[in-house]
Design a protein around this ligand. Structure first.
Ligand SMILES: Cc1cc2nc3c(=O)[nH]c(=O)nc-3n(C[C@H](O)[C@H](O)[C@H](O)COP(=O)(O)OP(=O)(O)OC[C@H]3O[C@@H](n4cnc5c(N)ncnc54)[C@H](O)[C@@H]3O)c2cc1C
Length: 409
């Protein structure tokens, strides 16, 4: 029996396991490893602090999302040994592979910023990138009566780079609803030189922060949380005071990749940007946030990569040349508050442009502008995630970025 081993059963690992188990030739088995049986719908973490979703709305058993013929192993992954094609688990088990897919995502590292997990952690210093963090922040916001609320991105890369902006927009709307906006100074602090990584979207989103009276501090890479002063400090010595800090902590690759010495400095796997094969080992592929690719870390990205990875695994097995088919396609709804959202669609080469999506001239979604339909699209994504995307089924969207319906900014 040949073994296809998939490390991590989150968005990318689940969807590729489900796709491949349906097409692999006889004699191949698919095994997926993850540390627990709780698959979290991470985009929903954004809504938890504002009471719009509850923790139980976001969690499903991993096994139920995987085809019954996928073998599931629940254990922590300790070490990946590519020379001997062996993975060591923390319960002492060893698993071997013929072909390995790394889909271990990212790790959120608040412990890497001095002072962050100190005296005020989960009191006045929060994050919403974990279920525990978003739940604790919901309680803190319930008791919030005004003051200086700072939303901070520690440094790049982070998952879903628009989520901190969305948090700022939703906080603005939430505070208005509670009659607290006049009593709150909202500050958005970013290591970038604008609101987002891509210039056209950055201009549009920066304008929206300004319209909402959200003060922006740019080029601020977080070095410390100063407990005594209740301030954050950048590497160049600037300080921003807070009463309540909502930070997106530093991110790194999984310990499984980092501690095995097969990742880059941050623990992300060196990956070919078009084929998704490891740049170091021909029997390893990767999908999703675990890669070092120069594109947003997002579930939509893992989804688009799934088509190319599926094809390339089949080609690898059949000893055919790989397909350089992934173009860096990413898209994302951006919640802007008051029942509206924006949509951006881009790839390695082309930045987000205005227009309609997915149907030229029709939409129904509007690119780079706010609309109510975009907001409904974002909410509907949760259903599509559980019922189509992680099941490895197709959404009516090309894995490549298409220029139909787009116009220059
Ligand atoms: C607040 C927030 C909002 C977001 N919003 C959006 C959005 O609107 N749109 C969008 O497209 N994306 C969004 N994302 C990003 C999206 O959720 C991720 O990019 C996506 O889940 C990545 O999939 P993945 O398979 O690479 O990693 P994950 O889904 O994170 O899966 C990695 C898996 O590997 C397992 N693992 C890792 N290391 C080990 C180990 N050592 N042992 C055992 N198991 C291990 C983990 O348990 C996990 O299950 C958001 C994320 C957050 C946090």
């Amino acid at each position: 029996m040949k073994e296809l081993l998939i490390l991590g059963a989150g968005t990318g690992g689940s969807l590729i396991a489900n796709k491949l188990v349906r097409s692999l030739p006889d004699g191949w088995r698919v095994t997926v490893v993850d540390r627990d049986d709780k698959h979290i719908y991470q985009p929903g973490l954004l809504f938890l602090p504002f009471g719009d979703l509850r923790p139980e709305d976001l969690v499903r058993p991993r096994r139920k999302l995987l085809d019954p013929s996928v073998r599931v192993v629940l254990a922590g992954i300790d070490r990946i040994d590519p020379e001997n094609k062996v993975v060591a688990l923390d319960d002492g088990t060893q698993l071997t592979w013929d072909l390995l897919i790394v889909s271990t995502g990212t790790r959120v590292r608040p412990d890497q910023t001095p002072g962050m997990t100190g005296r005020y952690w989960r009191q006045d210093v929060h994050e919403f990138y974990t279920l525990e963090g978003a739940t604790a922040l919901a309680h803190r916001l319930e008791g919030f009566t005004g003051g200086r609320l700072v939303v901070d991105v520690a440094d790049m890369p982070i998952k879903c780079p628009v989520a901190p902006l969305e948090f700022a927009f939703l906080a603005d709307a939430y505070l208005q609803k509670r009659g607290l906006r006049d009593k709150t100074e909202l500050v958005f602090v970013t290591p970038l030189d604008g609101a987002f990584t891509k210039p056209v979207a950055s201009r549009a989103l920066g304008g929206m922060l300004e319209q909402r009276g959200i003060h922006t501090v740019t080029n601020f890479s977080l070095s410390d949380v100063l407990e005594d002063e209740k301030a954050i400090q950048s590497y160049d010595g600037r300080k921003v005071d807070f009463d309540l800090l909502v930070s997106v902590p530093l991110h790194g690759g999984s310990s499984a990749v980092h501690d095995s010495g097969i990742g880059d400095d941050m623990g992300f796997l060196p990956t070919d940007k078009h084929t998704l094969q490891s740049r170091d080992y021909d029997h390893i592929f990767a999908i999703g946030d675990a890669t070092d690719l120069p594109i947003s870390k997002a579930g939509a990205v893992a989804h688009f990569q799934g088509d190319v990875l599926h094809d390339n695994v089949m080609r690898w097995i059949e000893e055919r040349p790989l397909w350089a088919g992934y173009d860096g396609h990413a898209n994302c709804f951006i919640e802007t508050g008051h029942g509206k959202a924006m949509l951006i669609d881009f790839n390695y080469e082309t930045e987000p442009l205005p227009g309609k999506f997915p149907l030229p001239g029709i939409g129904p979604f509007t690119l780079l502008a706010e609309s109510e339909l975009n907001h409904w699209g974002k909410l509907a994504f949760k259903w599509a995630y559980w019922n189509v995307l992680v099941r490895g089924d197709d959404l009516p969207m090309d894995h490549r970025m298409l220029m139909y319906g787009k116009r220059s900014a």
